[in-house]
Design a binder for this molecule. Structure first.
Ligand code: BEZ
Ligand code: FE
Length: 299
């Protein structure tokens, strides 16, 4: 036989090096590094599992179904990332905050970019079906300076465990949501209802994965916040209701102890009257502590 000699056949050990080497001319060094690491780890996993062809086909079918479940309002791949703990891991890697700054946690799929603007003291519960509660807090910098004019975007499930977008026939859009601006002392306050724990969406492949692995789909009760202030790194976080079920087994691994708050009963008739609340009333408080922006964020 003439012509150039064929290289030795690749086997189940040498194919990994060949696949990694295939990226060596990738112009973007970050893409090259990430793909090389990914291929190495995927190959190691397949080797360790001794994956069968049938299992490989099942995996391809699962990922195909995950993609097919996605549309403008449903992101099944993000949900998959959530239940595998990857979203939480990415959050943790990217928000190594200074001590004292509010810890970040996952955004989740129910954030809407157009939360209704509300005045300080307004209720974000448009339904009035359940006992109201008061949420108060301040947006401050890590050195304690109050951040006036900061924006606080809030969204939550109701006591039945649903976000507005999940029951458009029952509640108006914007129920359980509000966009507030802090006062001169960095304060914000609003009334709402105590949220319930709730299941993440289970009518897709991710729900099937949870069932197949005997995992429950629940998240502990929480209220989401995004606080944004000039010259500071925004924080996306939650407060968790202290006595909620599933605090120790969140389906998406997003609980941080520093974010758990008592929604306790307060015996203070004057404050109750000021906020139009029954007496005694339920109250939770959170200071959202932001880090000054790093130089590259300001550029
Ligand atoms: C949420 O808290 O809204 C959420 C987060 C991750 C997956 C599903 C829901
Ligand atoms: Fe949520």
């Amino acid at each position: 036989m003439t012509g150039s000699a064929l290289p030795a056949d690749l086997d189940d050990t040498t194919v990994t090096d060949a696949a990694v080497a295939s990226f060596q001319d990738t112009p973007d060094p970050r893409l090259r590094a990430c793909l090389s690491i990914l291929v190495e780890h995927l190959h190691a996993a397949v080797r360790e599992m001794e994956l069968t062809l049938t299992e490989w086909e099942e995996a391809v079918d699962f990922l195909t179904a995950t993609g097919q479940k996605c549309d403008d309002t449903r992101q099944e791949f993000v949900l998959l990332s959530d239940v595998l703990g990857i979203s939480s891991l990415v959050e943790n890697i990217n928000h190594r905050m200074s001590p004292g700054a509010t810890e970040a946690t996952v955004l989740g799929p129910f954030h809407m970019t157009g939360s209704p603007h509300r005045e300080l003291g307004d209720s974000i519960d448009d339904m009035g079906r359940y006992e109201p509660c008061l949420v108060t807090g301040r947006v401050v910098s890590v050195d304690g300076t109050p951040l006036a004019g900061a924006s606080v975007d809030v969204w939550q499930a109701d006591p039945d465990g649903y976000y507005d977008v999940q029951r458009p026939d029952v509640v108006p859009p914007g129920n359980g949501r509000g966009l507030f601006t802090t006062d001169d002392e960095g304060r914000f306050w609003f009334t709402t209802v105590v949220p319930s724990h709730y299941p993440i969406p289970t009518d897709g492949p991710v729900g099937g994965l949870l069932t197949a692995t005997a995992r429950h789909p629940y998240r502990p009760a929480h209220i989401h916040f995004i606080a944004t202030a000039n010259g500071h790194t925004p924080v996306t976080t939650h407060i968790f209701v202290a006595d909620s079920p599933y605090l120790d087994s969140d389906a998406v691994f997003a609980v941080k102890r520093s974010l758990v708050r008592d929604f306790g009963r307060v015996d203070d008739p004057d404050t109750a009257a000021r906020h139009g609340l029954p007496h005694p009333f339920v109250h939770a408080d959170i200071d959202l502590v932001l880090e000054p922006a790093r130089r590259e964020e300001l550029a």
